[in-house]
Write a protein that binds this ligand. Structure first.
Ligand code: ADP
Ligand code: MG
Length: 383
């Protein structure tokens, strides 16, 4: 296929960028307290139709509580939740256009795969022939037709997950809530299942809200991510936004690996700052989105993959160049990770793709090296 024949991705704006688009879910100033425990505090969030939205945060940050409030299993202490424009406060779980897939999958052990998936429709009194049709179609979608007669205890973790997914999708909810849907699967299967989940979501056009503590998972899956900490949203944005433009140290650190160098602004002009850093041992430069006061302190942050490591001093005056010594080196096949000690004692983590196939590493333990990055690759963050 020539380049011209490649299908063009429509470059329509995303729904959250279009003024006046009605969100499917509106979380308006929602808090949930359990006695003294603040599980969720003043959460504001809009989720749009057909999004695959992730709520990302560490254990105890309030993710499940937020999801349970969307499902109706918990009542907010204050604030309101609207789904499809309708206030959900007085609407019980079973009357919401929502379904939830639990972390444990909660399959009925005495029922076959088929019966598990059919359960919700049967309870609603849907006609037998229609149930059979819909179950067959759903099992086909999650590739479980072959195992329709099996009981859950005769299934692998991945298969059980697909049954749980089929069961929660059969009633075609507007919104599917998934609490750590992949946590019980091993790494390889998890990656595979991620793509299946995305495919299924795309095919069905159902809005997914996924809770996860796994940042890679959130990055791969999502249209947007809300990073949660201590019951609050630190940042909401596309995976690219939260990764490349984290708004604070917490987000930068939680989403991927990043190096921080303590610094002080010495001058700031035309979107470019000069920074003094004892840890770096050199004057640093960075482009700034927002001007900063000379004298103010902060952190210059740069991700390991944005740093270039070399034995010769790299060319180019738009680069920051520091000297260091390789203290540690990890070879991961597709990439190598280096820990480089600067003269100040500060360690920088650097990662590089192994582009050339060779058994000989060009940079070795104890080598004196240059680490460098483009000025535009670094950001400056507050505490
Ligand atoms: P996450 O899913 O991010 O791990 P949770 O939403 O489960 O976090 O919990 C957030 C906080 O609220 C935790 O401190 C947890 O102990 C507390 N919590 C959750 N549910 C209850 C409950 N029913 N009673 C008391 N505290 C709770
Ligand atoms: Mg949880």
């Amino acid at each position: 296929m020539s380049h011209e024949q490649l299908p063009k991705k429509p470059n329509a704006a995303e729904p959250w960028e279009i003024e006046g688009t009605r969100p499917l879910v509106e979380i308006r100033g929602v808090s949930k307290h359990f006695g003294d425990v603040v599980a969720v505090e003043d959460a504001w969030l809009d989720i749009y139709e057909k999004e695959l939205f992730s709520i990302l945060g560490g254990s105890g940050s309030g993710k499940s509580t937020l999801l349970r409030m969307l499902a109706g299993f918990e009542t907010p202490t204050s604030g309101r939740i609207l789904i499809d424009g309708k206030d959900m406060t007085a609407v019980p779980p079973y009357e919401r256009p929502v379904n939830m897939m639990f972390q444990s999958y909660a399959l009925f052990p005495h029922m076959s795969v088929e019966q598990n998936v059919a359960y919700g429709l049967k309870r609603e009194g849907v006609a037998k022939a229609e149930i059979a049709d819909r179950v067959a179609h759903m099992l086909d979608m999650v590739r479980m037709s072959r195992l329709a007669k099996r009981k859950p205890n005769a299934l692998s973790g991945g298969e059980r997950q697909r049954v749980a997914l089929a069961r929660s999708l059969i009633k075609r909810p507007r919104l599917l809530l998934l609490d750590e849907p992949l946590a019980a699967l091993d790494k390889k299967l998890r990656e595979h299942t991620q793509f299946e989940l995305m495919g299924l979501q795309d095919e069905l056009g159902i809005t997914f809200v996924v809770v996860t503590h796994d940042q890679e998972e959130a990055m791969t899956l999502s249209t947007r991510v809300a990073v949660m900490n201590d019951g609050r949203f630190e940042q909401v944005g596309t995976p690219g936004q939260v990764y490349e433009f984290p708004i604070n140290r917490f987000v930068a650190d939680f989403v991927g690996t990043i190096n921080f160098l303590a610094c002080k602004v010495t001058s700031c002009e035309g979107g470019r700052a000069e920074l003094e850093s004892v840890e770096a041992g050199e004057t640093l430069h960075a482009r700034l989105e927002q001007p900063r006061e000379p004298g103010s302190t902060g952190w210059l942050a740069v991700r390991p993959e944005k740093i270039f490591i070399s034995k010769e001093r790299p060319e180019g005056d738009s680069r920051t160049v520091l000297r260091g010594v390789v203290e540690d080196l990890g070879y991961f096949g597709n990439l190598s990770v280096y820990r480089v000690r600067l003269p100040s004692g500060k360690i920088l983590q650097v990662s590089g793709q192994n582009r050339v196939r060779t058994a000989r590493k060009t940079v070795e333990w104890d080598d004196e090296v240059f680490v460098s990055w483009d000025v535009g690759s670094a950001i400056v963050l507050d505490e």
